[in-house]
Ligand binder design. Sequence first.
Ligand code: 16G
Length: 255
Amino acid sequence: MAKTVAVYLDIADAIRRDILSQDLPVNARLPSEPELVVKYGAARATVRRALAKLQEEGLIYSRQAVGSFVAAPRVEQDLDHLTSFTEFMVYRGMKPGSRLIKTSTEQIDDPDSPILHYLGLRAGAKVLYIRRLRLGGGQPLVIANTWLPESRFLDFWSHDLAHQSIYEIMAKSGHKPTDAIQTIESGALEEEDAKLLTMAPGAPALRICRVGYAGRLPVEYAVDLYRGDRTKFRVRLGVIEKRLSAKIHSEQIAI
Ligand code: 16G
């Protein structure tokens, strides 16, 4: 029994090494199960167990009746710091990109609108809406929906949104977020979003809602959809940091 356990781990280790050294590049097809059986002189069940382990680790994915393939590495994002998508991509050594999908100025009259609530605005206020597909290294990673209070960013539309960072534009108006509260939840991609992210409808995604504050002022509400298969968040746990101003009312930050 102990021998079987070691054999499947050995096979997984060998394939993992090939993936990490990029002898097997992203999207490469792994040898078939019968080929692996011959290669490692192991039982088919043992080979399957090794493949299942690699799949669990997110290193490979399988296509029914076709085989197993090397998965693209997940993009790990540190949640300890407030960064823009652009800064985060540069930090990861990936080229950031944007495809502008929609922009509009909207007047919100519904007093119960969550956007008004999060941005601390009254009914009738105008907001700027920007919908972008964010790319990392040319690959679609995130659909970003952003709402900003128009009154704080009067010349916002004069900027080239396909090539500029929104946080940089906000900084020019003196209202770049310095703090943010965000929630993360899982979800399944609807057809339109799935198409943009080149995923199948219903594929997993991470939905992140963020309220960004410049000092005490709410200046950004964002709803981002991250590809579930490419994203990993890392959080450092420690003593609670009281970074948010105590003056931000708890109701405002309960997003
Ligand atoms: C990140 C933020 C988003 C912000 C964007 C600005 C998260 C979950 N979201 O995607 O709220 O609007 O960065 O990016 O981190 P940009 O400055 O590159 O346009």
